[in-house]
Design a protein around this ligand. Structure first.
Ligand code: ADP
Ligand code: MG
Length: 320
């Protein structure tokens, strides 16, 4: 049997020198921030049967646990530095720990983000990560920063993760290959870190957030914090490649209120259109202009002709 400390040493403590002054092993990790920078800190918890299915592939779960946290740094325009991992495990299962830690470190290494500490306990499977990033003061992409006249933009594509969930629930009939492709988006989201950094430089964008609970609900947070409204052109929303082959009704519903997308929704002055496209290009991320921020409160959904659409959609809420 693996002891708690064997487990940490074998799967999570790594010999290589990192950016931290002191990593795993003491009561606290020690990090020296880059002079003149601000820390950006965020936590996200993944709970079995709530955020992922029991028996979920451990490699993909390791990836996703960190990806959803890096996505928060991306949405703020922060550069990832380090993270901590609080793990509650039903058992010290070597095969699970091996897969989980490989998925976790593959993404961590791709972003130069170092595991510096955590906590390990026995209990229901539960994974809580806290990420630490940094950025130049005044450059954070805050939710309250949208202004009337800004364009609304979306990175990447929306809805394939929600479509995959529909496949698991037998709510949507999907061919096996289609379901596998959509499920990849659900289990292995791509945090848009490079895009967030490019948008926060100069800065190009005003407000941003990452879409985790569905576009309509999440954009609503920007509108409320900024005390503005918006009009969205529904059929301009970039659907995931599998969702794009589905009927228009489903496409509209899952792009507007899917969930688990981990794309960025951001606003930028119309004068910055070229700069936004350049940030997308430089970061290798598609960016699509989908609407406009307006002084009048509320969210208005229109078709390509500007005709209002009466669609009943709302965000994901764990308690309703
Ligand atoms: P403490 O007694 O201070 O709570 P622990 O005995 O829980 O410390 O942990 C010992 C060391 O291992 C600490 O440096 C802690 O940050 C680290 N650690 C514990 N669990 C994990 C984990 N899952 N991943 C990374 N580091 C961990
Ligand atoms: Mg502890």
């Amino acid at each position: 049997m693996l002891s708690e400390f064997d487990l940490i040493k074998r799967y999570f403590q790594r010999a290589r020198p990192g950016r931290a002054d002191l990593g795993i092993g003491d009561d606290c990790a020690l990090l020296t921030p880059t002079p003149g920078h601000q820390m950006a800190i965020s936590s996200d918890m993944l709970v079995e049967d709530r955020h992922f299915f029991a028996g979920a592939d451990p490699f993909m779960l390791g990836h996703k646990s960190l990806a959803v946290n890096l996505s928060d740094l991306a949405a703020m325009g922060a550069r990832p530095l380090a993270f901590t991992l609080a793990l509650s495990l039903p058992a010290a299962d070597p095969a699970w720990l091996d897969g989980f830690s490989r998925g976790l470190f593959a993404l961590a290494d791709a972003h130069g983000c170092e595991l510096v500490g955590g906590d390990t306990t026995k209990g229901p499977l539960n994974i809580c990560i806290t990420v630490f990033g940094e950025l130049a003061p005044g450059h954070a992409l805050r939710r309250e920063a949208a202004r009337a006249g800004d364009d609304v933009w979306i990175s990447g594509t929306l809805g394939d993760a929600r479509l995959a969930l529909g496949g698991y629930w037998n709510e949507v009939a999907l061919a096996g290959a289609d379901h596998a492709q959509a499920a990849q988006r659900m289990h292995m989201p791509t945090p848009r870190v490079a895009l967030g950094l490019a948008l926060a430089a100069q800065p190009v964008a005003h407000a941003a957030l990452d879409i985790s609970d569905g576009l309509v609900g999440d954009l609503g947070h920007i509108l409320a914090a900024s005390r503005v409204g918006a009009t969205l052109e529904v059929d301009a929303l970039p659907a995931g490649p599998v969702l794009a082959r589905q009927p228009p009704e489903l496409r509209r519903r899952f792009t507007l209120a899917g969930g688990d997308d981990y794309e960025l929704c951001f606003t930028a002055p119309a004068a910055h259109r070229e700069a936004v496209l350049e940030a997308g290009h430089a970061s290798g991320t598609a960016v699509t202009r989908v609407g406009r921020i307006e002084a009048e409160p509320g969210l208005r959904l229109v078709d390509a002709q500007g005709t209002p659409l009466d669609l009943q959609v709302s965000g994901w809420d764990h308690f309703s």
